[in-house]
Design a protein around this ligand. Structure first.
Ligand code: G6P
Length: 607
């Protein structure tokens, strides 16, 4: 979603800001803009890609050592030049970039219009900069502080003023902001990806905090002007993590990185030699967790699919009741949280607004909160009582792959960790640990089928409707496989439990309908074979993900992608890999922009 990058220091700001915007591109956006302070304020912005903005400013004299830039993902108002950020106040002295939503913007706009302010855009953001301009009397920090007292909603903002060159005022409530601390220069950004090239020393602003940054210093306070001492910490990501490193797309890079990501996720946690699962983040809460009455797993999109697998894992391996909830629905249905409930918030970014809101709802009602989060120091990570980081490295591809694997893996480890303390025997745990230990190599072998999967993708890429079917542990994989395909190739795909097909969707099956079955050898294998027969009887085109050595399925399916045999609860870790590759190749072959799929955002910070 929207991205913020601002710079003050001694270097020319423009190339730093444009480079920063490119680093934020993956988050999803539909317009971009830049402001430079140097003997006045110069603002340029345009709808479309960053390259459009670059073309626009090629011949401009936009030099200066302080400025800011933004990528916007439209919420209020169409994605056009006028609605793009930065927005300026009526005097043209103050510019602001904003991530989030100002909920009471209509009332504030009416208030300002009655005082003669004329608005240029349809955005909620312009209301905030006009309000700051309204309060401005030669002190930007005070004007921002005063304006924010009147604002309801979420924001991460950066503000500059031509009368106070070299100064950036930043504030956050519900939308992340990080300050990169260099030597005589500072980068304020909504995402570490825009900072890491310049410095790995950072400060994370908390909700309700403000920062004033100038070329040789900064100060941090609460919104109420109370001083706050912030610790400078080391970023965990490297530049290499966020670069293509010779790959055609980030999505492919991240699919291929999954064996290493799984090894990183399990490092020090899954140890074959002592036959134990170590989860340091949960150590202090183990007694409470073992006695949990009910787990609620919540997340959005791909993370919700991981939660669905978690539901099976927790009930199967730990014998603890579990349910998975869409974070967006959970919050608004006044959920019943009984004593002994533990909520697990699952999120790659740790910033998804719906997941955060669900987490807060559960905590407010007394639930213990655990995070399964990738981004270290993110809001969800900080608002949970404890957690298990995914540690799969930054994920840039909008369609989640390695973070999904990390989420499933973390939930598997938690289920085994608790399972052993309840019903699971040591030999059974040992067998799971050994299987987990060998999984990264098995996943690497699956990725070697990429060329064959591409051939299948080519054959079916023009089919506009696909079904994905599975039972038990393979059902969430069907949902995730379908989501991958629709996200990046814009093909309509539905995933569902295989048995549900006959209750309606079977009406769709024709000779033109690819039906992907996840049909590994497990407790429900025979039932799935019956479902395959039902599809074949209606001339549907069957593609199967099956267990190596299963020769029977080859006579039923038009194409089979084989995966190594692993214990049933671990099958989601291998079955999704060919489906990620299938979606990837279909999208590339259809000419889609895999890493920047239309309308999607990597991190959705609005509800
Ligand atoms: C967006 C992304 C999805 C992701 C979902 C949840 O919709 O496009 O890929 O699954 O948000 O994101 P999170 O960061 O909370 O895992």
């Amino acid at each position: 979603m929207c991205g913020i990058v601002a710079y003050t220091g001694f270097r020319d700001a423009r190339p730093i800001l444009i480079e920063g915007l490119k680093r934020l591109e993956y988050r999803g956006y539909d317009s971009a803009g830049i402001a430079i302070v140097n003997n006045g304020l110069k603002v340029r912005k345009s709808a479309g890609r960053i390259s459009v903005l670059e073309n626009l400013i090629t011949h401009d004299d936009l030099r200066g050592t302080c400025g800011m830039a933004h990528t916007r993902w439209a919420t209020h108002g169409a994605p056009n030049d006028v609605n793009a950020h930065p927005h300026t106040d009526a005097s043209g002295r103050i510019a602001l970039i904003h991530n989030g939503i100002i909920e009471n913007y209509k009332a504030l706009r009416t208030y300002l219009e009655h005082r003669g302010v004329e608005f240029k855009s349809e955005t909620d953001t312009e209301v905030l900069v006009q309000l700051i301009g309204h309060f401005y009397t030669k002190d930007l920090e005070t004007a921002v502080r005063t304006a924010l007292q009147d604002v309801r909603g979420t924001y991460g903002i950066a503000v500059v003023c031509s009368e106070e060159p070299g100064k950036i005022v930043a504030a956050r409530k519900g939308s992340p902001l990080i300050i990169g601390v260099g030597d005589g220069e500072y980068v304020v950004a909504s995402d570490a990806a825009a900072i890491v090239q310049h410095t790995t020393q950072v400060i994370y602003l908390n909700d309700g905090e403000m920062a004033v940054v100038w070329d040789d210093g900064f100060k941090t306070t609460t919104l109420d002007a109370m001083p706050v001492n912030k610790e400078v910490t080391e970023l965990e990501i490297t530049l290499e993590d966020i670069e293509l490193s010779g790959h055609e797309h980030f999505m492919l890079k991240e699919i291929l990185e999954q064996p290493a990501a799984m090894a990183d996720c399990m490092r020090g946690r899954v140890t074959v030699s002592d036959g134990r699962i170590h989860l340091g983040g949960l150590a202090n809460l183990t007694r409470e967790l073992v006695r949990t009455k009910r787990f609620i797993l919540t997340g959005c999109g791909t993370a919700w699919h991981a939660g669905l697998i978690g539901e099976y894992l927790f009930e199967d391996l730990a014998r603890i009741p579990a349910e998975v909830e869409y974070a967006s629905e959970f919050r608004y249905r006044n959920p019943i949280i009984e004593p002994g409930t533990v909520v697990i918030a699952i999120s790659q970014s740790g910033e998804t607004a719906d997941t955060l809101a669900a987490l807060r709802e559960a905590r407010d009602k007394g639930a213990l909160a655990i995070g399964a989060v990738n981004v270290v120091g993110s809001t969800i990570a900080r608002e949970t009582d404890a957690g298990v980081y995914l540690h799969v490295g930054p994920e840039i591809g909008v369609a989640s792959t390695k973070a999904y694997i990390g989420q499933v893996l973390v939930l598997t480890m938690i289920a085994l960790y608790l399972g052993r303390r309840r019903h699971l025997s040591q030999p059974d745990l040992q067998a799971y640990i050994e299987a987990l230990d060998s999984i990264p190599e098995k996943v690497r072998q699956i990725t070697q089928q990429s060329a064959e999967i591409r051939v299948v993708a080519d054959k079916f890429k023009d089919s506009e409707n696909w079904l994905y079917l599975g039972r038990g542990y393979n059902y969430p994989t069907a949902l995730e496989g379908a989501l991958k395909l629709k996200e990046i190739s814009y093909i309509h795909a539905e995933g569902m439990p295989a048995a549900e097909m006959k209750h309606g969707p079977i009406a769709l099956i024709t000779k033109d309908m690819p039906v992907v079955f996840i049909a590994t050898k497990n407790s429900q294998y025979d039932k799935v074979i019956s479902n395959i027969e039902e599809v074949r009887a209606r001339s549907g085109r069957v593609i199967a993900v099956a267990t190596e050595g299963d020769k029977d399925i080859a006579s039923l399916a038009e194409h089979v992608f084989y995966v190594p045999d692993v214990p049933e609860p671990l099958q989601p870790l291998v079955t999704i890999i060919p489906l990620q590759l299938l979606a990837y190749h279909a999208a590339v072959l259809r000419g889609c922009d895999v890493d920047k799929p239309r309308n999607l955002a990597k991190s959705v910070t609005v509800e």
